[in-house]
Structure formats: C-alpha cells, structure tokens
Write a protein that binds this ligand. Structure first.
Ligand SMILES: [Fe+2]
Length: 649
C-alpha cells in the first residue's frame, strides 16, 4: 500500500532530521540526514506516482527524480560509514571504492533524463519499478553496504569497548539493511505477486538502529529519564490506587452507616488524602530511588567525597594518588594522568593504570595538537567527539596523540586559566558509556583538582624556597672552611638514602633533609681557631666544640617552621651506648633521625680531609663504622648503611 511506504519514508526523514538536530555541526549527523533524505526520495515514488496517474508524463518525470535518490544512496552510504570512524571528506573522496561508486552514480545520473534507462513506468501490484536500472541500483547498494560492513569490522578491532558496542549497533543495522535490500530484490524478481510492505519494516528498523547508534550518548541520559518515568508512573498508579481504595472504603462505610454520602464525609476523605499523600509519596519515592539507582548514587557519593578530600591535600604526590583513585570510583579500565612539569615546560605523565609501560615516556609540549585543542575547548571531551566531531579540524595529529591512552574521556585540569594537566579515563569495565551526569561530575572534579594542584604546587614551591634558603645559609657558613665545605650537603644526601631504605614517609624524609643540612649550624658559634686546629684539642677546646649541637638548636629556635628538627640537631652527637653529648641519652631514646645523621656524619667526616689528619679510604672508614655499631652508632642503621654501600655487615 502506498500508505505504508509514505509512513516508512516519512519516518526515515523525521529520524534523519531528529539526529541532525542533535548535532548540527557533526559530519556524521549531517551525512545521516542526507542519506535518509535519499532513502525518502527513493521511496517517495511509491506514493507520489500513483497520485500522478501511473502512465502520465508527470509520473514518468517523478519516477526519474526518485531514481536520483536510488543512484546517490551507495556513494552517500560510503561517506556516512567512513565519517563514522573519523575519516574526513577529503580523504574519502580520494578512496578507490568511493571513486568507483561516485563515478557510477555520476554516469547513471547523466542517463536518468534520457529514455535510455527509463522508458516508462512498470507497474506491479502496489508498486512501480524502474526496469533495468533497479538491478544496477541494488547491486551498487549491496556492494556499498558490504564495503561499509567490512570497514566497520576492521575499525571494531582497534576500538575501545564503548566504541565497540556503538559499532556493533551499526553492524546490526547494516545486516538489517542488507536483508532489506536482498528481500526486496528477491521478492520483485521472483515473486512479483507478493507484497513488499514488510521490507519497510526493515528499512525503518535499519534507520532507527543507526539513529540509536549515533545518539547513544544522548540516549544513555534518556535511559535514566525513561527508567525514572516508568518508576514514577508505577508509583503514581500505586498511590492513586491506595487513595481510590481509601475513598471507596469511606463511601461504603458511610453509606452502610447513613445510607448516603454527605459533603462532610467527602471533606473528611479529602483531608485524609491531603495529609497523608505527601509523606507517603516522598517515602516511596526515596526507597524506589535507592533501589533502582543505587549504583549511580553510590558512585556519585564517592565522587562528592573525593572532591571534598581534594581540598585538604597539599602534597603533590598524595594528590596524584587521590586523582588516580578516580579510575576505581568510575570503574574505568585504564587511566593516565599528565601534569605540567614546570622545569620541562610540558605535560608529563605522572601516573597511569591499565596501560602499557611504554606510555610513561609520553609527554606533550604546548604546541602539541592535544594541548592546543584542550586549551581551546576548555571542557571534558569524549573519544566520540574526537572521532566524529569538528573538534579535530585543524589539529591533524590530535587523534594520534589521544590514541596512546585508549581513553573514553579526556578531562582537562586548569590552573588559573592555563592547562596544567590532562586526565585520560578509559572505558568503564561495565562497557556502559559515560553519560551526561558522569561528564558533569568529572568536570566538577577537574575544577577541584585544578585548585588542589595549584595549592600543592604553591606549597611545594614555598617548601623548596625554604629549603634552598637554608641550604644557602649552610653553604655560606661552610664556605670559609675548606675542610668542611660540602659536608652538610653530603650528610643530608646520605641520610636521605638511609631513610629511604628504612622506608620512612615523605614527611619524615623532608624533615631529615633540613636536619641534615643544618646539623652543624651550631659551629657558627665556635671560634675558628678551635674548629681549624690541626693538632690534638685540649679539654677546654673539646668542651667548646661539644657546645655546637645545643647552639644549633638555639639558633633555629625562632624559626617555627624548623620546630621538628630542633631535637634532631641537639642529639646528633649522642652515642648509642649513652656516652655521647649533650645529654648522654642512649639507644632508642635518641631520635631516629639523629641516629641516622650520626652514621652519615661519622662516615663523611672520616672520608674527608681534616686539619688534624688526611681523608681515610672507604674501606678503612667502613671498617670503623662496622666497629662502632652498637657502641657509638645504632647497629640497625649501620646495617642499612653498609647495605647501601653494598658492603657486608
Ligand atoms: Fe656535628
């Protein structure tokens, strides 16, 4: 029936426009509309020609117009499927397959107005067919459909899970399309008496499936809306049912009591409903929400908590770990985090999960397409957008750069308006897509991360500046003494190495750095003649030297920032057996960091020149240290130290 074809063709056109309206700038959506318009044109003959009177001249003219649709479908089909996987029109025009179909289409288009191909309109029950041309059209359509299918299967091999599921929609759609074309051809060739109406069902199914595949991003949100609508419809019916039951009970009750229903009874029923309706609705709604959308709420909760904790982290490494935990919350298959390295002036990978080790070497400078594009759009970008959208225009290497991270979404981290980081999140393990609310949450997270990164960097800078100032101070003190020049720095480095072996936390290592650098600062208060005396020291002179740990402690007292290192400096000359100075404490009463510095200090003092002796060899120094384990030095730390030097304990 012409009506069926009218409905089918109009539906195709409508779907085409709908998809187009959802992304006017996206090539895929545009070509989908062109493609659907051509299907509409091709089908329109079925209902327009009977209106014009089959054999009339206008009918023949319209038949020729509809054939233009049929002829242009195969090349437009190829354009559509190639744009789907991110090919650009220029590239597609260069393809051999496109040239063959395009050439054939141009040739046939020239022949359409001539009587060479279409002499008259052949009429079959409920439909017209254009004679010999149909065979060519169907063959071209089939070939282009198979080409599209092959192309999508190839693309599917390298796609990420979410893209795969999207491509599988297209593949099913194409198979339906093939069935549609083959069915039509078989019916009109071999069973001319049969109705071909069912073909329209396939045609519409094909168009709808393709539309679903294009719009999946939007449909994920619709999915939630539909679910909610369904849930609330059931809920409303349920509540209405309860109130109908209440009213009926009231009616029956009053009727049995008074014989008829008075206005007062109606008012009582209405008041009961008004009072109980709202709390009941809220209660049921809440429990339904919890039941149906629990997964969603759980992770949104986790994200909200996550964003809050971002604000309190000042250590950059800790912050990186926190950001990486987002892959667990989102249940993403992989993740990569890049942050700006101020020294290198480029984005460098700082953490990754679920990705090959090679990506560690990847970095992007400000001129890379990825950084330029993300700096321009300033928002979360999905892999789909990179594939189909106009985002990639003008950024030729963008897709190649983004492909390293196999990501579904790219989240920019801005600090004071400048791109300071990129977070690449892979597809969800559930193969669900990231929906609109995921993307909004990730955008909020990125804003919070930006502020946190800024804070952490500022804090890091302040700490570094402090340290450099302290280091400069220590160096200035040592500069006048050729024997101890570089001593503090070496003691600091050696102590840090020991601390790392002892697996002390970053905070403790930072404290140790300051303590190492400043351990001998008290020597500034000991007269030079004593410090530089080449011979043996008198008791008085030695007593003066022994003052330096306490002097050091006093010197740094006014600096609140150095509070933690005061006891470390005070006790760096204590002995493990309790015979050291200034307090003569022993064993674990001596702060751990003082015990570490004592080992490093003793070793460095022995291996450098002193006014009263020349430097000892490494072997001799190590032998001395080994001998001092348990008396002067903490044996556990000595063991770690010898291990560090690769010497037997
Ligand atoms: Fe000292």
């Amino acid at each position: 029936m012409p009506t069926v074809s009218l409905i089918a063709a109009s539906l195709c056109l409508f779907v085409g426009f709908f998809v187009f309206s959802k992304g006017k700038n996206q090539p895929v959506n545009r070509f989908f509309l062109v493609f659907n318009f051509l299907i509409f044109l091709w089908n329109s003959g079925d209902f327009v020609i009977p209106l014009l009177g089959f054999q009339a001249a206008p009918a023949l003219l319209y038949d020729r117009i509809t054939q233009i649709g049929g002829i242009l479908i195969p090349p437009s089909f190829i354009i559509f499927y190639l744009t789907l996987t991110g090919r650009r029109l220029k590239e597609i025009v260069r393809l051999t397959a496109f040239r063959i179909f395009g050439g054939l289409a141009v040739l046939l288009l020239f022949l359409v107005p001539t009587p060479f191909l279409i002499k008259d309109i052949k009429v079959l029950p409920f439909q017209e067919i254009p004679g010999e041309l149909l065979v060519v059209e169907i063959a071209a359509l089939m070939a282009s459909v198979l080409f599209g299918l092959g192309h999508l299967f190839r693309a599917g091999k390298t796609a990420v899970p979410a893209q795969k599921s999207r491509l599988s929609y297209f593949n099913v759609a194409i198979l339906v399309g093939i069935f549609c074309a083959v069915g039509w051809f078989v019916i009109i060739s071999f069973f001319p008496g049969l109705s071909t109406n069912f073909i329209y069902v396939f045609e519409v199914t094909y168009v709808l499936l393709t539309a679903v595949a294009i719009l999946r991003q939007h449909l994920m949100d619709i999915d939630v809306i539909v679910k909610k609508t369904a849930v609330y419809t059931i809920l409303s019916s349920f509540i209405i049912g309860i109130y109908v039951a209440i009213i009926l009970t009231f009616e029956t009750l009053f009727r049995s009591l008074t014989g008829e229903i008075s206005l007062a009874e109606k008012i009582i029923a209405a008041v009961v409903i008004a009072v109980t309706f709202q709390p009941m609705r809220v209660r049921i709604e809440k429990s339904l929400d919890k039941y149906f959308f629990r997964g969603k709420y759980d992770y949104q909760d986790a994200l909200a908590r996550f964003t809050r904790s971002l604000g309190s982290v000042l250590d950059l490494r800790e912050l990186v770990n926190l950001i990486v935990s987002i892959s667990g919350i989102m249940r993403a298959g992989n993740l990569a985090l890049l942050l700006r390295d101020e020294d290198l002036g480029r984005l460098k990978i700082v953490a990754s999960t679920g990705l090959p080790a090679e990506i560690q070497a990847i970095g992007f400078d400000d001129f890379s397409d990825l950084v330029r594009m993300m700096s321009t759009v300033k928002r979360v970008v999905t892999a789909d957008e990179l594939d189909r959208g106009p985002l990639a225009n003008g950024f030729p290497t963008l897709k190649r750069e983004a492909a390293f991270f196999r990501s579904e979404v790219i989240i920019p981290i801005f600090v004071k308006g400048e791109l300071n980081g990129l977070l690449f999140l892979g597809g969800k393990l559930s193969e669900e897509r990231y929906n609109r609310s995921d993307l909004n949450l990730l955008a909020t997270l990125a804003d919070a991360a930006g502020i946190a990164v800024d804070n952490a960097k500022l804090y890091g800078n302040v700490k570094r500046t402090y340290f450099e100032t302290v280091q400069a101070l220590a160096q200035a003190i040592e500069a006048s003494d050729e024997y101890t020049r570089g001593h503090s720095d070496r003691v600091m480095k050696l102590s840090v190495e020991i601390a790392k072996r002892l697996q002390l936390g970053r905070d403790k290592i930072d404290t140790l750095k300051f303590a190492g650098i400043l351990h001998d600062i008290g020597k500034i208060g000991v007269i030079k003649e004593v410090l530089h005396k080449p011979g043996k020291l008198s008791d008085l002179e030695f007593a003066l030297i022994k003052l330096h740990p306490k002097l050091g402690e006093d010197i740094i007292k006014p600096v609140a920032f150095l509070d933690k290192i005061r006891p470390i400096i005070r006790h760096h000359h204590e002995r493990f057996d309790g015979r050291g100075y200034p307090d003569g404490i022993a064993g674990e009463d001596i702060p751990l960091m003082s015990r570490i510095i004592a080992v490093a200090d003793t070793y460095d003092a022995m291996t450098s020149h002193r006014p009263y002796r020349s430097a000892l060899s490494r072997e001799v120094a190590v032998a001395e240290i080994r001998k001092s384990a348990g008396t002067q030095l903490d044996p556990d730390i000595v063991r770690v130290f010898l291990d560090l030097l690769d010497m037997p304990a």
